[in-house]
Write a protein that binds this ligand. Structure first.
Ligand SMILES: Nc1ncnc2c1ncn2[C@@H]1O[C@H](COP(=O)(O)OP(=O)(O)OP(=O)(O)O)[C@@H](O)[C@H]1O
Ligand SMILES: [Mg+2]
Length: 1075
């Protein structure tokens, strides 16, 4: 059977506000079916090109109509929702009517526009609603009395490998089971609610119900749903009567809004000892693997097992991917430069998906036959259940294993039996369908439709409206306030509060809102210790609210207060308050820089995004720590590129990390973002178990996401820059150890010095005036850590310094010294380059050695006094002044962190100053010596003036000491010696003139001389003769040198730079010394 490829479309969205604020660059171009992506770091490179079934340009070229519907401007290639539906949705619809299974899934990074394409926002409805709408419209045109339709709707989400029915209030712990049909091998969700629907409006209402469920779950159970996959399934049956009985054409439409693919760098989790426990991205990565395997299969690779079984999502999408389905994938693209890496990976993903071959068949069968088969199968299943002999105990299988497998098999058979029975009941009797539909419609009707349908009330009444990380889930929950008091708290409070919230840090009686003639005040319930923030600032007393105020109850119930009666909001606020806006504000109050980011590097922008993403998670984890009394606190820390140790030649980025602190003994741990995210999922899981009534206090520490074995803590780092090595000078200084906040934690005394191979010091000065002179020669230098001084007493348990030189694979470690804050380390190590290369010079010039100072931590028994306190109290004590921990100093410290690393800057400057000082000293000494020689020469009687020794003396001084101002030039007599012979001829000095050239092009000349064995063309230096010659010597037999001497002879009298031009006439040489 020949297959049909998965259809792939890509779509690029407009810039969002953040991207506009930071003046992002567009990296996507489209031309017909072609999509091109430009690398913002290499803008002149050819773009990478991809071709798809459709490349949708939805970035610009549109106008918003009154109702908010966006449409293309005349002449633009903007792809509106309608165009996307016409191309893709219509096909789905046609196929469904023909009886094919269809699948449509949206893939892309978080915030790239998956939900916009699938579901849509406001008036811009996406493919799913339009398709459903059109489905019923088309059904409505049916005039065939022998044909009737049955439509069923279901909606589920997969989060952390749990399946939750979004249309059902009671989901079992751990989610619904995914089972495999023992006969057909297909997977299905056991007990998933399938609601009969008779109109598009019913579907719309059910989708709202599902969305509301997600929203409530996302705030209450603290499981962030934007990382969940949402699957809407529409089962569309057509029952056609003919002379031979009834046939049923059946189409299953799976519409999948995938969770955002994570940023590529979540590698931190790989280092976590608890990584096995988390299933964060299991479904998404399994999907990637399935797609790759299928792509390989279609390319003719053999023996590939498609790993459908690896995740819940791939089990459920088995048909959609390489099976009986017509499948479409939409890859949503972000247009902005900052997302280049993710967007490119999305394009590659989409490119692979193109290759998948499906084999869709029309699902049409006589109803009788279907019923008969179902009955037969059920008979078999029944027998199997009764017989119990479903599987045999095989050799080598333990009794336990056998029993477990048998139990599982029995469950699967029973589940299938129940499912079949259901199907039978559905199929056998038309009455049942109509009755079921009527019942379902009744239920649909009664649904509390949530925020979206309360448009009219919202225009008049004061209300709160929720904000969620996922814009799809924002504005879904509305609470109207009544005149007088409205209480807020948990539903287990007595009396039951007017607004019930549950979840982290929500007190039984949390807050009271008082509404009097359009004026509203908010107050935390007295004595409850309830956490409330208004516009990012913690509230303790009575607070009058203004229109558009942002209210945070507990750790993650975020609402906007809207007062249609008094729309005076005071501040300069955006027209629509978003989750992002509110989070930014919270971050700002906490002291994190949240400027718009113009002029920030890409690295800093990414770090800023990560901070905004991770901050709410950190407060959530802190709240769980309090609730479960884990005695740990968490904090976001930013580590600038300069404060991190690195291998030379690799780039560091600002790292966003999370610090965990043991509140009892002060021990700390630094977690990479990926590791923290991983832990957070495990912590959510643990908290969920706690909510489900499990006793989680006895969890063994090995499995406890809050527990971590003690590890050395990084006290701080100190950078030593190495320019001095370029000049063979040493560097010897005390450098400040600063922590990630730029706070001084101590000093380390370090000596870096060039040395001989065995590490011994040079007897003489090895100073070179130009680093290039080191090229090609061996080079050795010794790094000595003399001593360390650390300020904080708690680090006295042990101190150790670690550092990496150049590209060393391993860090060099000094011995651990215990029980002192001032260890005398005296560690030295010699490093060698067998032949200095340009890259080594670059290392000296721009690289540095980062000395990482570590302190030993021990799992000390906590102070019994502290044990009395709850985690909440401990955290308050730690913060000093209670909830508003944002002291000015804290803020200032954090704010500086996006900017420059002061400590590292300082150390850089110090090195440079030191170097310049050394150079200056040497230059002064050299000048002095040269002047002495000249004086001596001057004072000699004419008869004793011998040129050779004088020349040698001046020359030696000039060569041995250095500044970059000197360039040694060998001038070649072009007419007599060909280049090739130069290198061989050891006698070439006879044909050369030594020139010392000061001037603007010395660097150029040096480069040329380097390339040419120290020789440059005469023409290049001719013009220096009059102005800049300080000293020269020439033999007289060549034309060029004759000319040279003649010119110089003219120069010697008139030129201002020449102080002495006499002497040495015996061998026809002249010497000049610069004033
Ligand atoms: N084609 C588009 N035209 C206009 N706005 C768009 C378009 N695509 C996306 N957006 C806007 O971008 C924002 C993010 O889009 P959306 O919610 O669809 O992302 P997502 O991929 O579903 O993200 P997540 O993974 O978090 O669910 C929304 O505010 C949405 O309105
Ligand atoms: Mg979405």
């Amino acid at each position: 059977m020949s297959g049909e490829s998965v259809k792939v479309a890509v779509r690029v969205r407009p810039f969002n506000q953040r991207e506009l604020d930071r003046q992002s660059k567009l990296v996507i171009k489209m031309d017909g079916q072609m999509t091109m992506i430009y690398n913002p770091e290499a803008p002149n490179d050819e773009p990478k090109k991809f071709s798809f079934d459709y490349s949708y340009w939805s970035h610009d070229g549109f106008i918003a109509k009154e109702e908010g519907i966006t449409e293309p401007k005349p002449g633009s290639n903007y792809a509106s929702q309608r165009i996307v539906f016409d191309n893709l949705g219509q096909g789905v619809l046609n196929n469904a009517f023909e009886g094919y299974n269809c699948s449509l899934f949206a893939y892309g990074q978080t915030g790239s526009g998956k939900s916009y394409s699938m579901v849509g926002y406001g008036a811009n409805k996406g493919i799913v609603p339009i398709t459903c709408d059109e489905l019923f419209k088309t059904m409505g045109t049916n005039e065939d009395p022998n044909k009737r339709y049955e439509v069923m709707f279901s909606m589920l989400e997969i989060y952390n490998e749990n399946v939750r029915d979004l249309l059902s209030k009671d989901n079992p712990k751990g989610g619904l089971n995914v089972r495999q049909n023992p006969k057909l091998g297909m997977f299905y969700v056991e007990g998933l609610k399938k609601v009969p629907v008779g109109s598009y409006a019913e579907i719309e209402k059910r989708m709202e119900q599902g969305t509301q469920q997600r929203t409530v779950a996302s705030t209450n159970m603290n499981a962030t749903s934007s990382r969940a996959h949402t699957v809407v399934t529409i089962i569309f049956d057509q029952i056609i009567k003919s002379e031979n009985g009834e046939t049923k054409k059946s189409s299953v439409m799976n519409l999948v809004d995938l969770a955002g693919s994570e940023r590529a760098d979540s590698t931190g989790a790989t280092g976590d000892r608890l990584k096995e426990g988390a299933n964060i991205n299991k479904s998404l990565s399994a999907l990637g693997n399935v797609i790759s395997a299928l792509a390989d299969l279609s390319m003719g690779k053999k023996k590939i097992v498609v790993p459908y079984r690896d995740s819940v999502l791939t089990k459920l999408l088995q048909n959609a991917l390489g099976g009986n389905s017509k499948t479409i994938m939409i890859a949503a693209l972000s247009p902005a430069d900052i997302n280049y890496d993710e967007t490119l990976s999305t394009l590659r993903y989409a490119d692979r998906a193109k290759k998948i071959q499906n084999k869709a068949v029309i699902n049409e069968n006589p109803l009788d036959k279907l019923i008969r088969e179902l009955k037969e199968e059920n008979e078999k299943l029944k027998k199997a259940m009764e017989g119990g002999g479903i599987i045999q105990q095989e050799a080598g299988m333990s009794q336990e294993e056998f029993l477990r497998m048998r139990k599982q098999m029995e469950e699967e058979i029973r589940a299938q039996f129940v499912a079949n029975q259901q199907l039978l009941a559905d199929s056998e009797d038309t009455e049942t369908w109509d009755q079921k539909l009527a019942k379902a419609q009744q239920e649909t009707q009664e649904l509390d439709s949530g925020g979206k349908s309360d448009a009219i009330r919202k225009q008049k009444e004061i209300h709160l409206i929720n904000l969620n990380e996922d814009p799809m889930l924002s504005g879904v929950i509305v609470h109207f306030l009544k005149e007088g008091e409205t209480t807020i708290g948990r539903k287990d409070a007595a009396p039951v509060p007017d607004i019930c919230l549950s979840g982290l840090s929500i007190q039984k009686q949390h807050a009271i809102m008082r509404c009097k003639k359009g004026v509203v005040e908010l107050e935390p319930t007295t004595g409850s210790g309830a956490k409330i923030k208004v516009n990012g600032v913690p509230v303790t007393g009575n607070k009058k609210l203004s229109h558009k105020d942002r209210l945070l109850f507990g750790s993650n119930h975020l609402y906007v207060f809207l007062n249609p009666k008094n729309q005076d909001s005071g501040d300069d606020l955006p027209p629509e308050i978003t989750w992002e806006f509110a989070q930014k504000e919270i971050a700002q109050v906490k002291g994190f820089a949240t400027t718009t980011g113009v002029g920030m590097t890409k690295d800093q922008q990414i770090a800023q995004e990560q901070v905004l993403e991770i901050l709410p998670m950190v407060s959530e984890v802190n709240a769980v720590s309090e609730e479960l009394n884990k005695q740990k606190s968490f904090e976001v820390v930013l580590i600038s590129a300069a404060a991190q140790e690195t291998t030379f030649g690799t780039l560091n980025n600002t790292s966003v990390m999370v610090k965990m602190k043991n509140l009892l003994n002060g021990n700390t741990w630094l977690w990479e973002r990926g590791k923290f995210m991983n832990r957070r999922y495990l912590i959510q899981d643990l908290y969920q178990k706690f909510l489900d009534g499990e006793d989680v206090s006895k969890i063994p520490k090995e499995n406890d996401p809050f527990w971590e074995p003690t590890e050395d803590v990084l006290i701080g780092s100190a950078n030593v820059f190495l320019q001095s090595l370029s000049y063979s000078l040493d560097f010897d200084d005390k450098i400040t150890i600063t922590d990630y906040k730029g706070q001084e934690e101590g000093v380390v005394k370090v000596h870096v010095t060039p040395c001989q191979k065995d590490g011994t010091a040079f007897e003489e000065d090895a100073f070179v005036d130009d680093p290039h002179e080191l090229l090609g020669k061996p080079y050795h230098f010794k790094v000595t850590v003399q001593n360390v001084e650390v300020y904080k007493a708690r680090f006295s348990k042990g101190i150790q310094v670690k550092y990496r030189v150049y590209k060393d694979k391993k860090l060099t470690e000094t011995p651990l010294i215990k029980n002192t804050l001032k260890p005398k380390v005296n560690h030295s190590k010699t490093f060698s380059f067998s032949k200095v290369k340009k890259e080594h010079l670059d290392f000296f010039e721009s690289g540095c050695i980062t000395f990482l100072v570590y302190g030993t931590q021990e799992d000390t028994t906590p102070d019994p006094k502290l044990m009395k306190y709850s985690t909440k109290e401990l955290r308050l004590m730690e913060q000093g002044e209670g909830p508003g921990s944002a002291t000015a100093a804290n803020m200032a410290r954090r704010n500086t962190h996006f900017a420059l690393d002061h400590a590292s800057d300082q150390s850089h400057l110090k090195t440079e100053v030191l170097l310049l000082q050394r150079k200056y000293e040497r230059l002064a000494a050299k000048e002095k010596r040269m002047q002495d020689i000249c004086k001596e020469w001057d004072s000699k009687p004419e008869s004793e003036k011998q040129y050779e020794p004088f020349y040698r003396a001046v020359s030696a001084v000039a060569h041995s000491t250095g500044t970059r101002l000197k360039t040694r030039v060998h001038l070649l007599n072009q007419h007599e010696i060909r280049r090739s012979s130069i290198r061989k001829n050891s006698n070439i000095d006879d044909d050369l003139i030594s020139l010392f050239v000061f001037g603007e092009d010395e660097d150029d000349l040096q480069t040329e001389a380097d390339r040419n064995d120290g020789i440059v063309q005469y023409d290049r230096v001719k013009h220096h003769h009059h102005k800049d010659i300080t000293l020269m010597r020439a033999h007289t037999f060549a034309d060029t040198t004759t000319q040279f001497l003649q010119e110089n002879a003219q120069a010697k009298n008139g030129h201002r730079n020449i102080r002495s031009a006499e002497g040495g006439r015996k061998d026809g040489s002249t010497a000049c010394v610069l004033q």
